[in-house]
Design a protein around this ligand. Structure first.
Ligand code: AMP
Ligand code: MN
Ligand code: MN
Ligand code: MN
Length: 290
């Protein structure tokens, strides 16, 4: 196993809340020196065939990917799936159900924003959604930046889209058990995404990893665009404690918004098993170049 492999196993396209197409992402990943790539759109595998074809065309090794929204102890947790069969019907149907409430939620978010004087947010957000089935808070954030309500998307989330703020609507997503089973039953490996982002107590976080592991989850993101260097050290310890493989991904969404560029991440800390070591037979290999 090459310890220095530049794997980027977390990013988003226009199929969810990114701004680039799967083809543009594949080219960009190649240009930025990525060796192994996965597109992980939220609750949707509709971009996988395009991403696989584009990866092959530019000469990138590829793993199928998805990022599933899960409700766990009153918070939203994201579970990344890697290396599954994207045509698996139970997975596709589970994701469709998970997406199902997004339109209604978006109307409620717009109603909340209207109450504080921000009009037309549903229609505004929709113009940013490449996939009408997947309207997300990110699309509202882009609308509020474009209309000058806030200077950037981080300010929008802080003032309008997080718990207790006018545009925040609690939502019930998939259960942890559903997400892990859909991924596993489709032949893939489940990964806890950006664990430092959650606001769990130590006991709650222990419960998350214990239940995840008990359900057959096998990985945790250690190096991600969402983690500081210190947080990566913390979750390297968690990976060892729970005997989980380690993943690495930028969580890239948009050239203007994302803090981390595709492939531009520190290496995984030593002595961890990279998730790709467990997925060797699931990697779509780029054809050898003459
Ligand atoms: P949703 O799935 O509709 O709840 O939207 C979640 C998405 O919003 C995440 O995947 C991120 O892309 C983005 N997001 C969530 N929280 C923040 C934040 N505090 N700042 C910036 N973007 C955020
Ligand atoms: Mn996102
Ligand atoms: Mn996420
Ligand atoms: Mn993500």
């Amino acid at each position: 196993m090459t310890p220095t492999l530049n794997a980027d196993l977390h990013c988003h396209s226009v199929i969810s809340d990114g701004t680039l197409t799967p083809e543009e992402l594949a080219q960009r990943a190649k240009d930025k020196g990525v060796d192994l790539w996965a597109l992980t759109d939220h609750d949707e595998v509709g971009g996988q065939a395009r991403a696989m074809a584009a990866a092959e065309a530019v000469g990138l090794d590829y793993l199928t990917g998805v990022e599933i929204s899960v409700s766990f102890l009153e918070q939203t947790v994201h579970i990344v799936g890697l290396g599954f069969d994207a045509s698996n019907e139970p997975l596709r149907q589970g994701l469709q159900r998970t997406r199902g409430g997004r339109a209604q939620r978006a109307h409620e978010m717009a109603n909340g924003l209207a109450l504080v004087g921000i009009k037309g947010a549903f229609e505004g957000a929709l113009t940013y959604a490449g996939n009408r089935d997947l309207i997300s808070r990110t699309h509202f954030a882009r609308f509020l930046v474009e209309t000058g309500v806030c200077k950037d998307t981080y300010e929008v989330f802080r003032k309008y889209l997080t718990e207790g703020k006018p545009g925040y609507v609690p939502h019930r997503w998939a259960t942890l058990k559903e997400a892990v089973s859909w991924i596993r039953d489709a032949g893939g490996l489940a990964v806890v995404a950006h664990p430092a982002r959650y606001k769990f107590s130590a006991n709650e976080e222990f419960a998350l990893f214990t239940e995840f592991k008990g359900l057959g989850g096998q990985g945790v993101e250690v190096v991600t665009g969402s983690h500081s260097a210190a947080e990566s050290v913390t979750y390297a310890d968690v990976a060892r404690e729970f005997d989980l493989a380690a993943s690495r991904g930028s969580d890239f969404h948009c050239p203007q918004e994302s803090r981390t560029e595709l492939g531009n991440l520190p290496p995984l800390p030593a002595q961890l098993t990279p998730v790709w070591a467990l997925l060797q037979d699931r990697i779509q290999r780029a054809p050898a170049r003459p």
